[in-house]
Design a protein around this ligand. Structure first.
Ligand code: MRU
Length: 358
């Protein structure tokens, strides 16, 4: 079996009745390794070290984590709910920026009655909804991009990794890019390598190669200049958390791409499911940005890249303000449009005057 077939047939994250089975995303693309996780602390470690990663995938992993805890904490049919909630709280804090992990755990804990059966059913429902949302939003993002970018074949820039592995099924921004390719409207994708952990160079590149979609990888600092040079028609990225005012947290490096896109009049489109919208947060200043260990900056590919004890600054995400975003497209609607920044309102049906819905 070749690498592509092997990965395509390996679930990103799954439940085998006793344990969580997950593809270890740390070692891609050179190795396919599967983790069998039987303890909540091992799952937390796998999430912290990005063996399991990507906002929607973390939602499903969180659900199976609660299920794992419930299995350990059920004796003679009685669930120790106090212990379960403590495990769930630790799990939800494993990565703070992407809303999806905490969102899924909260949704599962709200089930009544709470037991292994209801937890498993809710997790499977979440996984199913995520898959459907991703497929729909990929089509809608492609529709939107084609309305704002008349020139074909399109040159698209994307950042980080938003394919099946990050999103559990199908992909968000990368799903839209595949959709554009399927419609024969895509020329080439420029992929930011995504320092420090190379999700773009390692995983997006692998996913695009396996789909035979033309792409090149660039260092992150080349992205803004590529946009300014006129070689990019559209930037399409995913999101880890979207606030009520349309501010978007995404992988570090996204903000500089949005600034460059605005300066050059290039559309900047965010592809994300409705579950990534956090209506509790008014604006991006309220988003907790995860700080990663400095060690990630001190080493690269087994080599020291700087002085051994150098101080570092290693945020995993940044916030792109709504006024730099052309539109946020979800499976349900489109926020914003060519002439205005997206704003998310509390009542998803209310909309804003002049904001077209899809
Ligand atoms: O730190 P990661 O790899 O979990 O980062 C998440 C991402 O892949 C991106 O920020 C992405 O756009 C959101 S997930 C579709």
């Amino acid at each position: 079996m070749d690498m592509s077939t092997a990965i395509a047939s390996t679930p990103t994250v799954d439940w085998d009745g006793n344990a969580i089975i997950a593809l270890d995303q740390r070692v891609l693309p050179t190795e396919i390794a599967t983790l069998t996780i039987t303890a909540v602390d091992d799952l937390i470690e796998a999430i912290r070290t990005l063996a399991i990663r990507g906002a929607p995938t973390l939602a499903v992993a969180g659900g199976y984590g609660v299920l794992l805890s419930a299995h350990h904490r059920t004796r003679d049919g009685m669930l120790d709910e106090h212990g379960l909630r403590a495990d769930a709280g630790r799990l939800a804090r494993a990565r703070p920026t992407a809303v999806n992990l905490g969102w899924a755990i909260e949704r599962i804990l709200a089930r009544k009655p709470l037991n292994v059966h209801t937890i498993e059913r809710e997790t499977v429902a979440i996984a199913h909804e995520i898959g459907q949302a991703n497929e729909t939003l990929s089509r809608l993002v492609a529709d939107f991009v084609l309305t704002v970018c008349p020139r074909h074949p399109l040159k698209v820039l994307t950042h980080c990794n938003t394919g099946r592995l990050a999103t559990f099924r199908h992909g968000t921004a990368l799903g839209a890019i595949r959709e554009l390719a399927a419609r024969h409207r895509l020329g080439e994708v420029l992929v930011g390598e995504t320092r420090p952990l190379f999700q773009g160079a390692r995983i997006t590149a692998w996913e695009l190669a396996s789909e035979r979609i033309p792409f090149r990888v660039c260092v992150d600092s080349a992205g803004p200049a590529a946009i300014a040079s006129g070689m990019i028609d559209c930037v399409i990225v995913g999101a880890d958390r979207v606030c009520r005012n349309g501010d978007v947290a995404n992988k570090i490096g996204t903000y500089s791409l949005a600034l460059a896109a605005r300066a050059s009049g290039v559309p900047f489109v965010v592809a994300a499911p409705e579950s990534t919208i956090d209506r509790r947060l008014a604006s991006g200043s309220e988003i907790e940005i995860e700080m990663r260990p400095v060690e990630e900056l001190r080493w690269c590919a087994g080599q020291r890249t700087t002085l051994p004890a150098v101080h570092g600054y290693n945020p995993a995400f940044d916030v792109t303000p709504a006024n730099l975003i052309t539109a946020i497209v979800t499976e349900a609607r489109q926020y914003g449009g060519p002439d205005q920044a997206p704003r998310i309102v509390r009542d998803p049906l209310a909309g804003l005057p002049g904001v077209p819905s899809v």
